[in-house]
Write a protein that binds this ligand. Structure first.
Ligand code: PBG
Length: 323
């Protein structure tokens, strides 16, 4: 045998030398959950190790994450039920929980990058990402709300807005609203290929944002499709997206690769709540080594072609890197 691939695996130094992909803290965005109140730090039952913070404790948490090397955060707000309505009005209230939190974070941590969530569901009494009328999700009417929401977030200091709703034309509409109002520097990370996934469950628990009726299949993508992701990617690019995102990550590594091979924009992947919960649950039962599984999963997302990974593991991974 002249070719023996094992030669390049024989010692740790050699293995490291020929390693093709690496993860650094530059790759991560940590999603964080915010609730009303003070001194709150409530663990999410289906997401061990992930908490819902009030603004005061969130600032402490961000401080400890920044010390660990995390540079970017994606906040999500849990909005009290009595403030939800059909039009998600609370989403663009400048004094609302979410917009206030963005302002506070930016005031305390000006160098931290904040990627905000643009979608109606946390504020919608229907639990949908669009306006519901006679059981239908209205597209163009929803764009108006998304534009107002993105603007309120930009005014509060968002660096990047992340439309996660899957309405048609949202990226172009948001770009226009931001530009007309002088926010040319605010970026758009589009949830380009967002699939109608079963793995969002723990996130909807965290925000109490599950749809009150029906499912999200008229706007989120069919899990059987990949060419459709290219249609979405082409539209988002044309409409001015600065980053394309694939969500979820693990069942869609092929889609990450597909977008990587077909776009020159940075590609992000969202390693979502259910993907996190599976690892934690199995690790708690002693069925897998949770830390090794985390590293392997994050590496697989990077290897598939993601430049940026949104993951609830970001803090644990930072701690692992320090060991
Ligand atoms: C919807 C939204 C979802 C997530 C973030 N924003 C999915 C959904 O409820 O349809 C999921 C994130 C996760 O599961 O970690 N705007």
């Amino acid at each position: 045998m002249t070719r023996r691939p094992r030669r390049n695996r024989q010692s740790e130094v050699i293995r490291n030398m020929v390693q093709e992909n690496n993860l650094t803290m530059n790759d991560f965005i940590l999603p964080v959950f915010i609730v009303e109140g003070q001194n709150q730090r409530i663990e999410i039952a289906s997401m061990p190790g992930v908490n819902r913070f009030s603004i005061d404790t969130l600032l402490e948490e961000i401080n400890s994450c920044v010390e660990l090397g995390i540079k970017a955060f994606a906040p999500f707000g849990a909005i009290p039920e009595n403030l939800k309505d059909k039009m998600a009005t609370e989403s663009h209230n400048p004094e609302g929980l979410y917009v206030r939190a963005i302002r506070e974070i930016k005031k305390n941590f000006p160098d931290v990058v904040l990627m905000t969530d643009v979608a109606m569901d946390p504020y919608s009494s229907d639990g949908h990402d669009g306006i519901v009328m006679n059981g239908e999700i209205l597209n163009d009417e929803t764009l108006e709300v998304l534009g107002k929401m993105a603007l309120a977030q930009a005014q509060a200091g968002a660096d990047i807005v992340g439309p996660s709703d899957m309405m048609d034309g949202r990226v172009g509409h948001i770009r226009k609203v931001l530009d007309v109002n002088g926010f040319q520097k605010v970026g758009i990370m589009s949830y380009t290929a967002k699939y109608a996934s079963a793995f969002y469950g723990p996130f909807r628990d965290a925000l109490d944002s599950a749809p009150k009726s029906g499912d999200k299949k008229t706007y989120q993508m069919n899990t059987a499709n990949s060419r459709e992701a290219l249609i979405e990617a082409a539209l988002d690019t044309e409409e001015g997206a600065d980053y394309l995102m694939v969500k979820p990550a693990l069942s869609y590594l092929d889609i990450i690769k597909l977008l990587r091979d077909n776009s020159n924009l940075p590609i992000a992947a969202y390693n979502i709540s259910g993907e996190y919960a599976m690892v934690k649950a199995a690790a708690q039962k002693g069925w897998i080594d949770g830390e090794k599984a985390m590293v392997e999963i994050l590496m697989s997302i990077k290897r598939a072609g993601a430049d940026i990974i949104l993951t609830y593991f970001a803090k644990e991974f930072a701690q692992y890197l320090r060991k």
